[in-house]
Design a protein around this ligand. Structure first.
Ligand code: NAI
Length: 515
């Protein structure tokens, strides 16, 4: 073990500045890990509230049998609320979680630099400010590192260890080891707008809002596609309602501005309207959904029952969707197989009644129906696991007849799937979202913001995605993802959908993100 791998000793006192939502959570984590903790805030009532909140969280752990009563008392005894920064001059690590303002944070760090010992580490929990810019105000910027926790800090595992230009690798490694010793999942990130998570997650909100802006479906239908179909813990609209549209819109704008107006991060007019109306989500009682007393959550659009076919034909291979075949068989539907044009290629399809049913590749069904010479074309969306998904989202070509559509829907229903229909939007919603998440993640790798492994870890533990976007791209095939993106790019003619140079390169080399 090198010195850099060594976590801070448990005897090292931790000073947390700001006793709000994040600061009190970070104090909880550090004290639970065994450190003596000072909790400071300019408002005495915030300190009381913060410590009260920690006591409540710990009591909950005791109730659940996850913490002994004596241990809870010991953790609380390790936390001292202080109203003078000078009382914490023996702290070896200071983590600030105060208001998100560069000038105020710089002023605080200058004070801390004068107060604390030479070897004390200075850390910021900022979610959007540059660690490099923050350090520029210090006499010794090489003491500063970003420690970006996620809300609520005691429950969310991820910590982004953010290095500014002056942060030595050794310090980042030491904080990485410390976060790990605190029971967290740390990843290294370079100080760039949004770091890893707040940047790579942008398409999760953006693509669904694009689809909504094209009036292709209602929010509840798109949320169901992402939650039930793609396995995300919350759909994008319900998640934005929870985060608050003011906060989510501000993060999107800040990343957009910080990347000099890169079209990839263009904010949504729909969300701007919600903010303008004061419809901030759950906290204001109305967002994409209403949270008024007695308001029922709208159900996703679900097709009425249709007649099923007794037999279907699988042409070629279905690739990631192959598990659908077992569901037809389990439902007693006869499955015939024929080779596709390309032999065992994964770009096969199902023949159901008069319909051809295939996984989207980023083209609209209407265009593909013309290009493949098959008017009765029905496309389905990406799912996390076709063997278990309760719902499949479909789009049909404008040329598709009602009879063919009904046969496809009824047979999928017989196989146990609830079927939602959305309008014929390119890449439906799950596929285009996952492709754009992978595209963003690939650019972050290319730009050295994090490794592929760290970026996938960050998205799994910072946002609870069911799979890292790059691992998902590997599973789908990087060449397939590249094709989806290129089709979206061609369809919209927008810079937003440009394919990451790293995805292009891997398409040529055949290499995966995780070997
Ligand atoms: P908050 O508003 O809940 O708490 C901030 C606390 O800092 C307040 O109690 C306030 O009295 C205190 N404060 C303000 N200026 C101060 C100063 N100069 N000295 C001492 N105390 C001061 O804010 P929250 O949500 O806890 O955010 C704090 C920081 O953490 C921000 O930088 C934010 O960007 C970041 N962050 C927030 C996340 C979130 O989901 N809320 C997630 C990750 C990071």
């Amino acid at each position: 073990m090198t010195a850099a791998d060594k976590a801070l000793d448990k005897q090292v006192k931790v000073l947390v500045i700001g006793a709000g939502a994040m600061g009190s959570g970070i104090a909880h984590v550090a004290a639970l890990a065994g450190h003596p903790v000072y909790l400071y805030d300019t408002r005495a009532e915030a300190i009381d509230k913060g410590i009260g909140g920690i006591a409540k969280d710990l009591a909950f752990l005791v109730e659940k049998g996850k913490l002994a009563g004596a241990e809870r008392d010991a953790v609380l005894a390790r936390i001292s609320g202080i109203t003078q920064l000078a009382d914490a001059k023996d702290a070896g690590l200071a983590i600030e979680a105060i208001v998100e303002n560069l000038d105020i944070k710089q002023k605080l760090f200058r004070e801390l630099e004068a107060l604390l010992a030479e070897d004390a580490v200075l850390a910021s929990n900022t979610s959007s400010l540059s660690i490099t810019a923050m350090g520029a105000a210090l006499a010794r910027p090489e003491r500063l590192v970003g420690l970006h926790f996620f809300n609520p800090a005691p429950r969310m595992k991820l910590v982004e260890i953010v290095s500014g230009l002056a942060t030595p690798r050794e310090l980042a490694e030491r904080m990485h080891a410390t976060a790990k010793a605190w029971g967290k999942v740390p990843v290294h990130a370079k100080s760039t707008p949004g770091f890893i998570v707040n940047r790579v997650a942008r398409p999760y909100y953006a693509e669904a809002q694009r689809v909504l802006a094209e009036c292709a479906a209602e929010p509840a239908t798109l949320d169901a596609a992402m939650r039930e179909g793609c396995g995300f813990p919350m759909g994008p609209f319900e998640l934005m309602d929870l985060i608050g549209h003011d906060v989510n819109f501000a993060v999107t704008n800040s990343v957009f501005d910080a990347y000099f107006g890169d079209k990839r991060f263009t904010p949504s007019l729909l969300q701007q309207e919600l903010v303008a109306a004061g419809r901030l989500g759950r906290k204001s009682g109305h967002g994409f959904y209403s949270y008024a007393a007695g308001a029922a959550r709208p159900a996703p659009q679900t097709e009425e029952p249709h007649e099923a076919e007794a037999a279907i034909t699988v042409v070629g291979g279905l690739g990631v969707a192959a598990a659908l075949i077992g569901r037809f068989e389990a439902a007693g539907i006869e499955v015939r197989r024929t080779a596709g044009a390309g032999g065992s290629d994964a770009q096969g399809w199902l023949e159901i009644g008069g319909a051809r049913v295939a996984l989207s590749d980023g083209r609209t069904a209407t265009r593909r129906a013309v290009e493949e010479g098959v008017p009765n074309l029905v496309l389905f969306d990406l799912c996390l696991d076709y063997a278990t998904t309760p719902r499949l989202t479909l789009a049909r070509a404008d040329q598709c007849g009602h009879g063919a559509w009904g046969a496809a829907v009824g047979t999928l229903q017989r196989a146990g799937l609830a079927v939602s229909r959305i309008d014929d939007v390119a890449g439906l919603v799950g596929l285009r979202t996952v492709a754009m998440l992978a595209n963003e993640a690939a650019d972050a790798v290319l730009q050295g913001i994090g490794t592929a492994a760290d970026i996938d870890t960050a998205m799994r533990f910072g946002t609870n995605y069911p799979k890292g976007p790059l691992a998902w791209a590997d599973q789908l095939g990087v060449a397939f993802v590249a094709r989806v993106l290129a089709n979206l790019r061609e369809h919209y003619g927008e810079e937003r959908y440009r394919v990451s140079p790293l995805i292009q390169r891997k398409t040529f080399s055949g290499a995966a993100f995780h070997e």
